[in-house]
Design a protein around this ligand. Structure first.
Ligand code: PMP
Length: 359
């Protein structure tokens, strides 16, 4: 439904209708100019050739420094989507199941199913602060379970997992010998302190996927990475060799510039999104929607009891606002997701229309 709504929004736009696009997590802001300049300088310096399928050593070293690991534990991928796909493919292609808490980013489920891995969904509820129930998690694990996927902060709820719950999940995974893949693509710009999977030791079998899309407004550049044990890094690299070979070196140089300016860039981006999240929270609360207040940028996932989220989303599109129905993230028909990734005035207008729409 997420992709259908997007196609419909594009079609309406092509017919001349004005659509306020609050349906995708693609920031309206431009990539910071220092990053663009770094790419241009790198291209002019001739960095336009094939290169290592591990990624450029300087970038891997910088990422390793950020996370307190060694460069041999880092591989560069085209977006964190490929980081997630390649990790799941390598770990699950020969069978087994993966546990995914919901609401979830749809791609995890679609990726698993694309090579026949079984998915076990672990439902969480807004009324319970979107917390994972540890007993339920333990009950879902069986002899075929190979992986648990965590998305912290979460898309679509923007919830940061509380550290006690994360401690509990890691303890269960360690006890049962199961690998956690932690997708922390929103972690560096969270409003609240987010504990990383790497805080549990860098010599464990758990895996971090991360990327530059959200922190540095680089969605279209396609660059991300995996931090993991050397064996998995070597295996992902082999997959890289037979597919895309390497992320263009000039894009890696640009990402390195982003990391060098990280503190400044991330704090600007965070401040901008915090202001948007505050306005959205205010308006949605006043209109009677229920939601957990966002701990991270980009998304709010409101609910209204009895709402038909799909109908609401389609009606709203006719009124010129695109959002994503809750059913795109699991069985959440009374919810919908708003992405605060449009210019401020459009967000305000979109929120007004959302709050006025009949449900
Ligand atoms: N993980 C999550 C939770 C996301 O929302 C997204 C993008 N929507 C990604 C990963 C992929 O991001 P990218 O491939 O651009 O790094």
């Amino acid at each position: 439904m997420l992709y259908e709504i997007n196609e419909k929004a594009l079609k309406l736009e092509s017919e001349g209708k004005k659509i306020i696009r609050l349906n995708l997590g693609d920031p309206d802001m431009a990539t910071p100019p220092e990053i663009v300049e770094a790419a241009y300088a790198s291209m002019k310096a001739g960095k336009t050739k094939y290169s290592s399928s591990y990624g450029e050593l300087r970038l891997r070293q910088k990422i390793a420094e950020v996370h307190g690991v060694k460069a041999e534990n880092v591989v560069i991928t085209p977006g964190s989507k490929w980081a997630i796909f390649s990790t799941m493919f390598l770990m699950l292609k020969s069978g087994g199941n993966v546990i995914i808490p919901t609401p979830y980013w749809t791609a995890y489920d679609l990726i698993a199913k694309s090579f026949g891995a079984k998915v076990k969904l672990l439902r969480t509820e807004m009324e319970n602060g979107w917390n994972v129930d540890l007993e339920k998690l333990e009950g879902l694990i069986d002899s075929e379970t190979k992986m648990i996927i965590l998305n912290n902060p979460n898309n679509p709820t923007s919830k940061v997992m509380d550290s006690k719950t994360l401690d509990g999940i890691v303890e269960i995974a360690n006890k049962k010998g199961i690998t956690i893949l932690s997708d922390e693509v929103y972690g560096a710009i969270a409003f609240n302190k987010t504990k990383s999977i790497l805080d549990y030791g860098t010599d464990s079998k758990h895996i971090l996927s991360n990327g530059f899309s959200k922190t540095f407004t680089m969605t279209g550049w396609r660059i991300g990475y995996v931090v993991a044990n050397k064996t998995l890094i070597d295996n992902i690299t082999k997959l890289n060799q037979i597919t895309f070979n390497n992320v263009p070196v000039f894009i890696q140089d640009a990402a390195l510039k982003g990391l060098e300016l990280h503190a400044q860039i991330a704090s600007n981006i965070k401040a901008k999104y915090k202001a948007r999240a505050d306005i959205a929270s205010q308006k949605l609360s006043a209109a009677g929607f229920k939601f957990t207040s966002p701990d991270a940028p980009f998304y709010v996932f409101p609910k209204r009891d009895g709402l038909d989220g799909t109908k609401f989303t389609l009606d709203l599109l006719d009124r010129g606002v695109a959002v994503a129905p809750g059913s795109s993230f699991g069985e959440y028909p009374e919810h919908f997701r708003i992405s605060l990734t449009a210019p401020d005035d459009q967000i305000e207008e979109g929120l007004t229309k959302i709050c006025e729409a009949p449900s």
